[in-house]
Design a binder for this molecule. Sequence first.
Ligand code: ADP
Ligand code: MG
Length: 468
Amino acid sequence: MEYKTTIGLEIHAELRTRTKMFCTSKNDPEEKKPNVNICPVCMGYPGTLPVINKEAVKHVLKVGKALGAKLADFTEFDRKNYFYPDIPKGYQISQYQYPLVSGGELAGVKITRVHLEEDTAKSSHEKGDYSLVDFNRAGVPLMELVTEPVIGSAEQAVNFARELQLLLRYLGVSHANMEKGEMRVEANISVSKTDTFGTKCEVKNLNSFRTVEKAIAFEVARHIELLEKGEKVIQETRGWNEAKQETYSQRSKENAHDYRYFPDPDLPKLKLSELPEFLNPELPELPEQKRARFDSEYGVKAEDREMYIFDMKLGDFFEEVVKISGDKKLAALVSNYITSDFAGLQKNNPDIDPFKNITSENFAALIKMANGGELSSRGAKDTLAIMFKEGGEPQKIAEEKGLIQKNDEGELLAMVQKIIAENEKVVSGYRAGKEAGIMFLVGQGMKASKGSANPQILKKLFETELTK
Ligand code: ADP
Ligand code: MG
C-alpha cells in the first residue's frame, strides 16, 4: 500500500474593524509607526477591562453562514494562559469550549470550527542582541478557522487556502493578505499506510501560498523517509526555513491542558439567540454563486471566469462592458479582449492604473467596432493600447491613426485590379491551379492599403476577379 497523506489546516485571519477586539484603539494594519494604536487595555495594564467588539463577532458569524456552518446560540471567551513578551497580560483571550461557528464546508473540505480571539503584539528579533515589540497589532480581532483532517495533498491545501482568502475578501471581513500577515496558515501533516492516522507535525509561520505547498511537500517526504528507515515521527511544532527551503523543529507539541483554559470572568457570556440580526447576517454574492452566475449568464471559458472571480475589479469591468454593449452574445469577444489584450497591457504597464484611462463605454465601443469589422483584430489591439495609455474614444483614435478597416468592396476593387495587373506570374500560376498564390495577392493588398483593408473582403474580391 502507498502512503496516504493527511492534512488539517489552522488558518488565522485579522479582521477588518474600526477598533480592536476589546478596546477602542484603532485597528490599522497599515500603520507603520510602532506603538501608536495602543491603550492600557491592549497593553495589558492591570485593572483595565475588555469590552467585546460587536463588529468582529458579526464578521465571524458571516463567515459561518457563508460556510453553511452552525452558528452558536451561546458563546463565551476563555483565557489561554501562557507567558511571552508579545502577550503582556499573561494570557490571550480566545474561545475554547464554545466557538462562534462549528461545522460547515468550503471547497470540499469539512470545517471543524471558527472562533474569535485577539492577535498578539509583534516581536522582531533581527536587530541584534535585543528584541523589539510593537503593540499596534496587540488586540486586533483575529479569527481562527480549523479544518478536519481531510485534505489529501499539498495542492488541495493551497486550493482551500486560496478559496478561503477569496471568501474573506468577498465578505469584506479581512484583506487576508498573506504577505502582510493578515492571513497566516499552519499545516498539520501526517502520513500513513493504514487506515489509522500517522503522527502529525504542525508547521507554523507559512506566509505565502508557495511556502504552504513547499512545506507540506517537504514534511510528507521527511515523514516517509523516517518511516522507511524504521524510525518514528515525533509530534512537534516546526517552522519553515526559507533560506534552506526546509522545515525545522521548534518545540515539542504543547497540549490544551498546558494552557489552563478557563472562561474570562471579565467578559459577559453571549446569548446570540437573543440577537436575531447577529444570527442571520446579510451576505453579498459569494465566489461560488458568482461562478454559477457567470457560467449561465455569459458562458465564458472557465479560465477567463476564474480571472474574474479572483480579480473582482476586472470581473466588474467585464460585466459593465457586456452590459453597455447591449448584447450578451458579445461576451466571448469582450472576454477575449479583456483577458488577453487588456490584461497583457496591465502586466506590461504596472505604473498605469488600468481603469483610469479606459472607460467601460469606450471599451464597449471598441468591441462593437471589432465585431462590425470596422477594426481588424490588429487594428483593435493597437487602438486598445492607445486607449490604455492615453484614454480617448476608439473611433477617433482609429481614424487618426488610419486604423479603420476598409470594408467597402467598391473602394477596394480598383486596388485589387491594379495588383492583378502588376503580378502576372502569380496570377497565371493561380489560374493554373497554384491556389496558394491568392494569399500573396492578399498580402500585396494589405501592404498597399497600409493594413487597413479587410483581408476577408480582399480575398473574396481576388477570387471573383480571377475567375472571371
Ligand atoms: P491538537 O489537539 O494537537 O491541537 P487537533 O485535534 O486540535 O490537534 O487538530 C489540530 C489540527 O490538526 C486540525 O486542523 C486537524 O484537522 C489536524 N489534525 C489532527 N490530526 C491529524 C493527523 N493525524 N494528521 C494531520 N492532521 C491532523
Ligand atoms: Mg487544537
